[in-house]
Design a protein around this ligand. Structure first.
Ligand SMILES: Cc1ncc(C[n+]2csc(CCOP(=O)(O)OP(=O)(O)O)c2C)c(N)n1
Ligand SMILES: CC(=O)[C@@H](O)[C@H](O)COP(=O)(O)O
Ligand SMILES: [Mg+2]
Length: 655
């Protein structure tokens, strides 16, 4: 039996000596490589926090003490020591979540994997502990250097530091990386330090000697006081030079570090020291992302931040990368547009590679700005760039746009700034679960005055609509597309005067039964629904609005000439595209029934995209059945009798 198998809960770690701890760390790394290679997941971040997580669980007492993982993608080791060692179905439907999840364990607290929020959680929990008379319980937040580039983290530090008697331990996992090397802030300050780390392993001795000396000088008269102040200033100056201690101490917070995050004894000693402060303290730990796994360490680009299924020996992907992804189509097109136009500037929030900006950054490095995990800042900064005569293209995952909603509304839309927002990973994304589905964007856009929103259905439309977006200079434009492989081109039968494209006309004449409004990547499914309906004798028109905002007038006109409208979108149906079209129809006096088909207002658990879509009824068969039921139940007369119209309720024919 391995040592790891003997660990069922954190208290099982207590009896291990340092030799066993090293063995355990090795076993965990082997486990992570073997298992994550089979399922995919956040391998690099977790390999980097093995000793750190073990140390936290040995020094603090979870769940009495609260341990919070910022972003949560680095919580696999935590899962392993809190009774979850079946990783066979990690991130798969019904299997372990890739993030902390309260339903899985009492040791898990924060499940939202949007970065930079852990310190605000820690602030709130520690305040609650104080107010409820439980201030002896610690709150430990593990936060990465990347997550610390988010402004929210600093708002929290400012609040935590204000209160000296709250037991908050902020453990900074400084691996010098978010996806790419972290730019600015801690990482830059630490670049030199990193090289010096080995030399400074004696730091606790240095610290103790300095403190003893200071203590003696302080108590030894005027000259001693003067010497104390000089020494204090020198020490602080020295530390400011090679560590950001000054930054934290100026905010009134204790600072411990830098600690070698792969030295188990040093990690535990620092955490123990932090515990003894009984007030807010920062423990600054240096780690290596992908530690102990050569292929990850050799991967300069992102050190195996998140991998698919790989060969554990070589790190090579086993599943072929999708032929052509939405992201790569965007990446090539924006690079070409930037070649043609000097005013195009792309902005990313620490995700240059995942949003497809590599090519543009190689061709125009000065016009690709990585602002860190700072979506709010990205958006308002974009407004400033537009004011300065440039055309910014803000590239974020759809779910992270939520962070920058107010900035898009107030700084971009109110100022009629020509800013293009590109939303990757829109719709159901899959294995990352509830916080990563890009499902709120289209509903949020409905309430922004003057915004233009495009949802391309295929690669050709993506390029076309992106170009149309960056041509608009006096309003925000948004282009959203899905995760993964882009489907085949879907050629339109015709384009109407306002850009709406007709994808199918099933049934003769101009008056058909069902109008399907297909939003973005749903077009293949919509065409499938249409043919299933048509096989039952129902006539169908399928249109792609291309730009879903403002609502094209021809959609309203078409709605008036059909008996039922079905709008199919992969965003929340409440307040989404369908419900907006319905409002516009009503305003125009068109009373055709409209059925909004989209995502429920629920947090959707992880699974593959297909599994999640099936689970919520977004399959062609289900939509066709529902539509048929509606058709059969409608009071509006149809062109001809429909098969099954005389069936009793509940016996609707299956398509
Ligand atoms: C608000 C937000 N924006 C972007 C992301 C995407 N993201 C996930 S992890 C990550 C990098 C985090 O870096 P760091 O905190 O240093 O952790 P590391 O992976 O280096 O351990 C980013 C940008 C996110 N989760 N949340
Ligand atoms: C933790 C996080 O937010 C990202 O690492 C995310 O998991 C990446 O998702 P993709 O695999 O879709 O790029
Ligand atoms: Mg990092």
């Amino acid at each position: 039996m391995s040592l790891l198998q003997t660990i069922n809960e954190p208290r099982d770690l207590q009896g291990l000596d340092m030799v066993e701890m090293h063995q355990l760390a090795d076993e965990i790394r082997t486990f992570l490589i073997d298992n994550v290679a089979r399922t995919g997941g956040h391998l690099g971040p977790n390999l980097g926090v093995v000793e750190l997580t073990l140390g936290i669980h040995r020094i603090f007492e979870s769940p009495r003490d609260s341990i919070i993982f910022d972003t949560g993608h680095q919580s696999y080791v935590h899962k392993l020591v809190t009774g979850r060692q079946d990783f066979a179905t990690l991130r798969q439907q019904g299997g372990l979540s890739g993030y902390p999840e309260r339903a899985e364990s009492v040791h898990d607290i924060v499940e939202s994997s949007h970065a930079s929020s852990s310190l605000s959680w820690a602030d709130g929990i520690s305040r609650a502990r104080k107010l409820t008379g439980e201030s002896d319980r610690y709150v430990v937040a593990l936060v990465g250097d990347g997550a610390l580039t988010g402004g929210m983290a600093w708002e929290a530090v400012n609040n935590i530091a204000a209160d000296k008697d709250r037991r908050v331990v902020i453990v900074v996992n400084d691996n010098g990386r978010s996806y790419a090397p972290t730019i600015g802030g801690l990482a830059d300050q630490l670049a030199g330090l990193r090289r010096q780390l080995d030399k400074f392993r004696t730091r606790p001795a240095y610290e103790q000697t300095m403190d003893k000396l200071k203590g003696r000088l302080k108590d030894s008269g005027a000259i001693g006081q003067f010497a104390y102040k000089s020494l204090h200033a020198t020490k602080k100056g020295f530390k400011d030079w090679w560590a950001p201690q000054g930054l934290f101490e100026d905010l009134g917070m204790k600072y411990l570090g830098p600690i070698d995050g792969h030295n188990q004894a040093a990690v535990e000693e620092a955490l123990q020291q932090a515990k003894h402060f009984s007030g807010p303290v920062i423990v600054h730990v240096l780690t290596e992302k992908g530690r102990g796994y050569a292929p990850a360490r050799a991967d300069e680009a992102d050190q195996f931040h998140a991998v698919g299924v790989i060969d554990p020996q070589t790190g090579e992907p086993l599943k072929k990368a999708s032929a052509r992804s939405w992201t790569s189509v965007f990446g090539e097109e924006i690079a070409d547009i930037a070649d043609e136009r000097n005013d195009i500037v792309a902005i990313t929030g620490a995700m240059l590679l995942p949003v497809g900006l590599k090519t543009m950054s190689e061709r125009h490095p000065e016009r690709v700005l990585d602002v860190g995990i700072a979506e709010q800042h990205a958006m308002t900064s974009a407004a400033g760039l537009a004011f300065g005569g440039l055309h910014p293209v803000v590239c974020v995952y759809a779910t992270f746009l939520n962070r920058a909603f107010d900035q898009l509304l107030m700084d971009v839309a109110l100022h009629k700034a020509g800013v293009t927002v590109v939303l990757d990973r829109a719709g159901v994304t899959g294995p990352d679960g509830p916080s990563h589905h890009g499902m709120w964007d289209m509903a949020l856009m409905q309430i922004i005055p003057g915004v233009h929103l495009a949802a391309p259905r295929d690669a050709v439309r993506l390029c076309e609509e992106l170009r149309e977006a960056v041509a608009i200079k006096d309003a925000p434009t948004v282009v959203r597309f899905s995760k993964g492989e882009v489907g085949p081109e879907i050629v339109a039968l015709e384009r109407l005067h306002d850009g709406v494209e007709v994808l199918a006309k099933l049934g003769s004449g101009e008056e058909r039964d069902v109008l399907i409004v297909s939003v973005g990547a749903m077009s293949e499914l919509c065409l499938d629904v249409a043919s299933r309906l048509n096989a039952q004798g129902i006539t169908v028109t399928v249109v792609d609005p291309r730009w879903v905002l403002p609502v094209p007038r021809s959609i309203i006109g078409l709605a008036a000439r059909h008996r039922i409208v079905v709008c199919i979108e992969d965003g929340v149906r409440a307040g989404g595209v369908g419900s907006r079209i319905r409002q516009e129809m009503r305003a125009a006096g068109v009373d055709t029934a409209l059925n909004e088909v989209g995502l429920p207002t629920e947090f959707l658990a992880h699974g593959t995209r297909g599994e999640v879509m099936d689970r919520i009824g977004l399959s062609a068969a289900q939509i066709a059945n529902d539509t048929l039921a509606q058709v059969l139940g409608t009071k509006v007369p149809f062109a001809r009798p429909l098969p099954g119209q005389d069936l009793p309720t509940g016996q609707i024919p299956q398509l």
